[in-house]
Design a protein around this ligand. Structure first.
Ligand SMILES: [Zn+2]
Length: 84
C-alpha cells in the first residue's frame, strides 16, 4: 500500500472514530452507546494495524510519527522526501 493511500485511510477512519465518539456522548440510549463503543474498538484496531503495517518511511522503514499528520513532507529520521 502506498503511503498516501495509508494516510487517506487513516484520516477516513479517524473521522469515523470521532463520529462514534460523538454518538457515544450525544445519545443516552445504552444500545447506541454499545454500538458506538464497538465501532470505536474496531476503528482503533484498524488504525493500529494500518499504522503498524503501512505508516513507514519507504526509504529507512522507520515508523512515521502520527501527530504531525500531513504537516511533514520529509522523513524525520532519514530526511528523505516522503511521497505524500
Ligand atoms: Zn526515513
Amino acid at each position: 500500500m502506498k503511503l498516501i493511500t495509508a494516510q487517506r485511510i487513516m484520516i477516513f477512519l479517524s473521522v469515523f472514530f470521532a463520529l462514534s465518539l460523538i454518538l457515544f456522548y450525544v445519545f443516552s440510549s445504552d444500545e447506541i452507546k454499545n454500538i458506538a463503543l464497538i465501532m470505536m474498538g474496531i476503528l482503533f484496531i484498524l488504525l493500529t494495524i494500518i499504522r503498524l503495517l503501512f505508516w513507514k518511511c519507504p526509504s529507512c522503514n522507520f515508523w512515521l510519527p502520527i501527530r504531525e499528520g500531513a504537516a511533514f513532507k520529509h522523513c524525520p529520521y532519514c530526511g528523505k522526501q516522503l511521497p505524500l
